[in-house]
Design a protein around this ligand. Sequence first.
Ligand SMILES: Nc1ncnc2c1ncn2[C@@H]1O[C@H](COP(=O)(O)OP(=O)(O)OP(=O)(O)O)[C@@H](O)[C@H]1O
Ligand SMILES: [Mg+2]
Length: 262
Amino acid sequence: MNADARTSHAGTPALALHDVKKNFGQTAIIRGLNLTVHPGERHAVIGPNGAGKSTMFHLVSGRIPVSSGSIQLHGRELTGMPPYEINRLGLSRSFQITNIFHNLSVYENLRCAVLWSQGHGYAFWKRLSRLADVAERAEEVLERLGLQRRRNTPAGLLTYAEQRALEIGITIAGGAKVILLDEPTAGMSRHETDRVVELIRTVSEGRTLLMVEHDMSVVFGLADRISVLVYGEVIASDTPQRIRENPRVQEAYLGAVMEAHA
Ligand SMILES: Nc1ncnc2c1ncn2[C@@H]1O[C@H](COP(=O)(O)OP(=O)(O)OP(=O)(O)O)[C@@H](O)[C@H]1O
Ligand SMILES: [Mg+2]
């Protein structure tokens, strides 16, 4: 966590969800969800399968509309905005399923992400100097990911772990200040997980991170705060230590998970 975030949380939250509800047909999936993420914080969301974690991300990123409630990014109302507008306000997400262009090289994927975030789309006729900035930014991210040697490799030929790293790179390429990662280490070996954790640690420096994760060593290793989402509601939001000790959390989720890992 950076120094600002450590001091006071009196200011405007980076992200705030107030009484958010989402129904699919007759079924209430998100049932009055409240969540506050402070600027500069690494915030993990944990909870059982089907609790609504990915759905919450879809709502925040504007991919699906809320049924009711409010979602604010740095105090600005997001509900009703299309995803690209939310993205340009500085919120970027990766999906639980990888969303890279498999036929494009690693470098081109990053370059597209930078262009897209700046609103260029595929308009390659924009001023050359701007394009030079874009190239420079893409190179910076490439280096940060440690994927320089894979620069010209089609993304579809990367290992699974490299693809997930690239995806994180795409998330930050546009300079987003708030990043959402949905299960960034899912399906990875211990070694790969450790590398991705380090990557997340460096890329989230100076940004706000909201992350869904099932791997408790990742969660407790990275998060400044943890929220527990159970059956469409946040039942606790606290420091890792207090979450670990919370009897309600133990009962609803963590007890079973911890036992499974014992
Ligand atoms: N488009 C949809 N239409 C109907 N039901 C949906 C839709 N999307 C998700 N659901 C349901 O909403 C519930 C929450 O799903 P969601 O994917 O948000 O859970 P999750 O917490 O991310 O789970 P996991 O940990 O397994 O990824 C599930 O019961 C799911 O079947
Ligand atoms: Mg999910």
